[in-house]
Design a protein around this ligand. Structure first.
Ligand SMILES: [Zn+2]
Length: 713
């Protein structure tokens, strides 16, 4: 996030106006933050506005009145709980947004302490948990009082609620170690992401209001008047700092954290001690990367001067310590406008809408596009007719909120309809392909419009070639998307198999040479031909995947390869089926894990009338498909048999039973047909058992099945 630094150049009246506007927003946000557990603006936005506020104060000290917002930590506590004064004020931390801010922080400290600027200082690094701060007062090892931060001086007494949180010891374990007679342990009450999801699921079930985020849920739970309710909420606690302390027993933050663990507190395992600013930046980058995968929300890191002696020499300013700083992570949410909606054509002809956004920084990454999925999503409804974004549609020119978690594709969370111009029109999803102009078709029960032109459509053909060479398919090095676009436009590669004809047509002994094209040389051309030739042999599963058959992903390709073992068997079995033949007797309908959608798609692909049969022949002229190698099987009475499981097996899961059957050389099918050899019937077998009798299929009990398994162990 960029630091807002608007200069007012002595224009007091506009500065004052802006200041009063900011005061209103910030006060509002503070109150809702501390009292209602329901945020009015995001944290990132809050920090940004507060910084702007402080900058104006700095530029115009005359505008600073006694009630200046930036000198107060938070709002006054609400009145539900008894107010208590902290033994030592609970300060907030000053923020760093950029790496420069850290160097300045380090420099300020050295100057203050009058130490050599070349020396490196030792810091502790701790993740800044996004929860609710809590101060615990212990006397002689017993928890006497727990208080929320409140305004930093005075908080609320929530001792009864703190006592029901498992990670907060009511009695400290201090056998063998010294303990101050009286001291405050501070930390963060929070809810894990996992527990938060479960909590909201149960709220929804009970028709209760959903929590906006884990922190609000934690804040609400901690401030319940009935601690029985608090007890039911999955609150956790990380301890991390020392407040008031009657005896100077701890020598450093590191020493203190180690003691906390001994006392029985949970200390965050990402906490560490390092020297110098470059190490801080390194850890920052490392943890920022891990952020999305952590099971709790963090909004930055806290750096503290490790040595307690130095900490006490440094002391504090009005409400922030000089020896610590919070390094904030960039916000994961941002606002921007939809500049355009583009339609991309996929390899199966699917028309996918993409929002082109005014570029905006979200969580440290510049985002300029977001997927819009399909027509219904733009209209504000999902495939089952449920509302998305409260049923608000999306239009070109709309002001939208973007959300991005980890490396997940950015999503449009919400749209601000109040900012929509009067001229804006609802988006009309195209009824024809933007690439080839052919009719688009939307089938029943499918949210997707598709170009009906098949491989005649340039865009589909190109996407199919890109899929063909992609990592999980032929995995051909040096044939990136841009090069395929280029070769396609040149007419060199229009169909997948033509990749393997490149050298023959455009090699060094040809009239037209790749090596003579701009951007290419003899060596790079040879390298490309070599990496293509290296891939003339391919495993069956990869090959099936590379064909880009609709609904056939990596897993399905593996299943098919395992079942059929050779491409010949696969294509013979499937091409003998007719598309309109829905009888359950077809082999393809009986493979465990292959649903009817996939089966139909395969039958369509392999049907003789389809243009794919020419395509396949051309490809098979160029490459050798290596048969699937069966896992080591045992020759048994089941070898080569088609078996079906039904009912509940008591001793094995269905998955385990299937694995045993395959090891014994059997094929496992999901339904009983005339091709079935054996039905293994567990408890409460129903229709399949009756059907097996009709087909005169041999039926085995679970006991008989197990004896075969053990015989061949
Ligand atoms: Zn098209």
């Amino acid at each position: 996030m960029k630091t807002p630094n608007i200069k007012y150049n002595n224009d007091v009246s506009s500065a004052e106006k802006r200041l009063s506007h900011l005061t209103k927003i910030l006060k509002n946000a503070q109150e809702s933050y501390y009292n209602d557990d329901d945020p009015s603006i995001s944290d990132g936005e809050y920090d940004k506005l507060l910084l702007e506020y402080k900058n104006i104060e700095k530029e115009f000290p005359s505008l600073l009145d006694s009630g200046s917002l930036s000198q107060k930590v938070g709002a006054k506590p609400s009145s539900k709980f008894k107010k208590v004064s902290h033994q030592k004020a609970m300060l907030s931390l000053s923020n760093a947004f950029e790496e420069n801010d850290l160097a300045e922080f380090d420099l300020r400290i050295k100057k203050f302490l009058n130490i050599d600027l070349k020396e490196t200082l030792e810091y502790t690094v701790e993740p800044k948990i996004d929860g609710v701060s809590l101060s615990l007062l212990y006397e002689d090892g017993n928890l006497i009082r727990a208080a929320t931060r409140g305004d930093g001086q005075e908080g609320e007494d929530v001792t009864q609620n703190a006592l029901v949180i498992q990670e907060i010891p009511s009695k400290l374990n201090f056998s063998g170690v010294k303990i101050p007679q009286s001291f405050e342990v501070r930390g963060e009450v929070f809810i894990t992401k996992h527990d938060f999801n479960l909590l909201n699921i149960s709220q929804e079930k009970n028709n209760l209001k959903l929590f906006a985020n884990p922190r609000n849920a934690a804040a609400g739970a901690l401030r319940q008047l009935d601690s029985e309710i608090t007890k039911k909420r999955p609150l956790k606690f990380y301890a991390y700092s020392l407040g008031h302390c009657s005896h100077d027993i701890f020598t450093s933050q590191k020493d203190f954290l180690e003691n906390l663990a001994v006392f029985g507190f949970l200390v965050n395992d990402l906490s560490q001690t390092v020297s110098g600013v470059p190490s801080l930046i390194e850890i920052y980058k490392d943890i920022l990367e891990k952020r999305a995968s952590l099971n709790y929300d963090i909004d930055g890191l806290v750096y503290k001067v490790n040595d307690f002696l130095l900490q006490s020499r440094l002391g504090e300013r009005s409400n922030t310590p000089r020896w610590a700083i919070a390094h904030k992570f960039p916000a994961e949410e941002a606002y921007t406008t939809i500049e355009d909606i583009e339609i991309q054509v996929g390899r199966t002809g699917a028309l996918s809408p993409v929002a082109r956004l005014s570029p905006v920084n979200v969580g440290g990454v510049l985002v300029s596009s977001a997927t819009l999925h399909n027509e219904d999503y733009i209209k504000g409804f999902d495939s089952e007719g449920n509302k998305i974004r409260d049923g608000k549609d999306l239009r070109i020119g709309d002001f939208v909120r973007i959300y991005r978690a980890g490396d997940v594709i950015p999503k449009i969370e919400d749209v601000d309809i109040s900012k929509r111009s009067k001229e804006s029109k609802a988006y009309l999803f195209p009824r024809s392909c933007p690439s080839c102009g052919s009719n688009a078709v939307r089938e029943q029960d499918d949210a997707v419009w598709r170009c009906s032109a098949g491989l005649v459509c340039n865009e589909q053909a190109k996407e199919r070639i890109k899929h063909f060479v992609s990592k999980k398919a032929f995995n051909i090095d040096g044939l990136g998307d841009k090069i395929i676009d280029q070769f396609y436009e040149l007419g060199w590669i229009r169909f997948p198999h033509e990749i393997f004809l490149l050298e023959q047509k455009y090699g060094n002994s040809s009239y037209t040479k790749l090596s003579e094209r701009e951007g290419w040389g003899k060596l790079s051309a040879e390298n490309l031909f070599e990496s293509i030739n290296n891939k003339r042999k391919i495993g069956l599963a990869r090959f099936i995947f590379s064909l880009g058959i609709r609904h056939v992903g990596e897993n399905t390709a593996n299943l098919l390869a395992e079942y059929f073992t050779s491409f010949e068997k696969l294509s013979n079995s499937i091409s003998s089926c007719r598309f309109d033949d829905s009888s359950n007797d077809l082999e393809i309908h009986n493979i465990d894990g292959i649903g009817s959608k996939i089966a139909d798609s395969l039958i369509e692909f392999f049907s003789l009338s389809s243009s794919n049969s020419f395509l396949l022949g051309d490809i098979l002229n160029e490459v050798k498909v290596v048969d699937f190698e069966q896992l080591k099987t045992v020759v048994s009475t089941l070898t080569g048999k088609v078996i079906v499981f039904t009912g509940n097996l008591k001793s094995q899961t269905r998955q385990e039973a299937k694995a045993h059957a395959e090891r014994l050389g059997a094929k496992v099918s999901s339904s009983v047909s005339s091709k079935t050899n054996i039905l293994i019937a567990g408890e409460s077998s129903g229709t399949k058992l009756n059907k097996a009798k009709d087909f005169k299929v041999k039926v085995l009990s679970e006991k008989e099945w197990l004896s075969i398994v053990f015989e061949n162990e």
